[in-house]
Design a protein. Structure first.
Length: 155
């Protein structure tokens, strides 16, 4: 069976290659990229919002005017303190288990934390650890725990 890449995967790889080549932020114009891939601009929006989130280690800035430029950069992991602080500040007051898992997996993939750290972080924010917490408060408590643990890892 031949695996055919989905357009979203192709666009994601294209943007990642641009970032890698630029060794820093890249500015793309949504309409131009859509025209290049012969798709609608909303397809580009979908790829950017689902594949280039802060959870996955990217910083996306939308710039209005001039055709709608979007700046995308990979967060620097050279300084874990800066990286973790950005994550902590962008996380918000609540985080789902799924989002917490994505952050934690990304930390290990970027070699910022060890496999052992990943296991501890995941155990701390797991629903089993929060079983005595009312459902309505779980995501808030989970965010507090994850933020606190990340802070302790950089101090």
């Amino acid at each position: 069976m031949i695996k055919v890449a989905r357009l979203s995967d192709i666009i994601e790889d294209f943007i990642k290659d641009m970032i890698k080549e630029a060794e820093g932020p890249v500015e793309i114009q949504r309409n131009e990229l859509a025209s290049y891939f012969n798709c609608v601009p909303s397809q580009i929006n979908y790829v950017i919002s689902t594949r280039f989130s802060s959870e996955k280690g990217y910083f996306v800035e939308s710039k209005r005017g001039g055709g709608g430029h979007i700046s995308i950069s990979r967060m620097s992991t050279d300084k874990p303190y800066d990286y973790f602080m950005h994550i902590i500040l962008s996380m918000g007051d609540e985080i789902s288990k799924h989002s917490a898992d994505i952050y934690i997996e990304n930390f290990e993939d970027l070699n910022i934390i060890s496999q052992s750290d990943r296991k501890l972080l995941k155990a701390a924010v797991n629903d089993n650890s929060l079983k005595s917490v009312p459902v309505i408060l779980k995501d808030k408590v989970r965010a507090d725990i994850l933020k606190n643990m990340l802070m302790k890892m950089i101090i």
